[in-house]
Design a protein around this ligand. Sequence first.
Ligand code: NAD
Length: 492
Amino acid sequence: MTSLRQNFIQGRWITSRGAPFVNTNPADSRQTLGHFPESTPEDLEKAVTAAQEAFESWRLTPVPRRADILMRAGLLLERHKERLALIMTREMGKVLKETRGDIQEAIDMAYYVAGEGRRLDGQTLPSELKNKAAMTFRMPIGVCGLITPWNFPMAIPSWKILPAVICGNTVILKPAEDTPQSALEFVKILHEAGMPPGVVNLVFGGAETGQRMILHQGIRLMSFTGSCDVGRIVAEQCGRQLKRCSLEMGGKNAQIILRDADVDLALEGALWGAFGTSGQRCTATSRIYVDRKIYASFVKTFVAQARKIKIGPGWKNGIEMGPVINQSQLNRIHAYVESGISEGARLECGGSRARGRDVDPGFFYLPTVFTDVRPEMKIIREEIFGPVTCIIPVKGFDDALAQVNDTQYGLSTSIYTRDVNLAMRAIRDLESGITYVNGPTIGAEVHLPFGGIKNTGNGHREAGRTALDIFSEWKSVYIDFSGRLQKAQIDV
Ligand code: NAD
């Protein structure tokens, strides 16, 4: 058990006077995994000071040298992958193969961003005047505040920390209260890889600590991933301070299956998209639109397969779906299910907490499928973030497109079809930041931009080269080597 009353600041463990909070195993709520501090204002002050001091030398460190550290971090993560996966499965609940994937994402990000460190390029451009050069450079911003959710406890911190530091910023990470240990392990590895003290600081805590970060004048940028409700608060508060802010929020992701699709493939993808990570992915498939010609048989097979999913502690062999994160998430999911039933949707399977010797002490919920869902129902409009999905019949491509786009969110969409013309129209017309063709709504890779439109985000993209745009400012530079005053727009 980790009994830690400390934050990681300036490369050292610093004791906090904040009240401890408990880290619990969601597969067995009787098991306490550790205690972590709800950081105090003094703790945050220390972290900001450390990050500000470190910024002065870090911003001047050659970028390839920064990249070397990330490369070593990737190697260390690989070496410790199995140990870290087990820690994460106990802390967050998802099955081992998925926690391995979470760590692999951090490894991929470390190598990818280390590579970007060798070409953190600007542009060289012509000048409109003679004997004059023009170019752009990426400049770091300063101290960045990073707030992360619990569903990807290492991958999401890696999406933020690594691009931020390669650009020359220093950071303060506040991970979600449900997954402090995974964040701690990640930050420890970064330091083992040679991260200088103060470049990456870690403070534990919940909303209060997050609020203090947003309002702190010494933090120049906030990068937030979490719910839409909290993201709105972050945006408002940053807006008032004119503080740079990037937001990655919820989704209500949809898969379309047309009548010409490979239905077995589409079914396999839909099951993975809906119930992988117990539906607790921002890209989880919570709406499945199926051509009415194949609808009845699809529903029958999908429900039969959903019933067969093996539920249990994620570290046990053969388990396909772990628990949800905590009691309040379990209650929230169940409240959505009850609202679906009371609004008249048909519950095909699931709809309750799972029961059995292996699952009784944990927060397990049965894979749940609804049909007869109308567009105004809450279960089709709001993000549930649990193993609940809806299957809806459609008349064809146009009907599917209209229904998929009828949502406040815009993260991930998918279409299964063999018709290249319809696939291309889907790519063009589906309103989402990510579209998959003949693949489920989940499965992003680190070297492509990741994020959504509408209420899912505020115009930024994590991952890919676009992540660098969040964490750097452009500087335009003009070098006049004519030896005389040349006036732009006047000396034409
Ligand atoms: P959440 O919004 O409750 O919490 C996210 C983080 O914000 C946590 O660290 C939390 O402590 C902190 N926080 C909560 N209230 C705060 C406040 N008032 N001020 C500052 N910080 C505050 O979300 P969650 O339950 O941890 O995660 C689930 C949500 O995250 C879902 O909506 C999911 O779709 C979203 N998510 C989005 C992406 C993406 O990339 N788009 C990825 C993963 C998860």
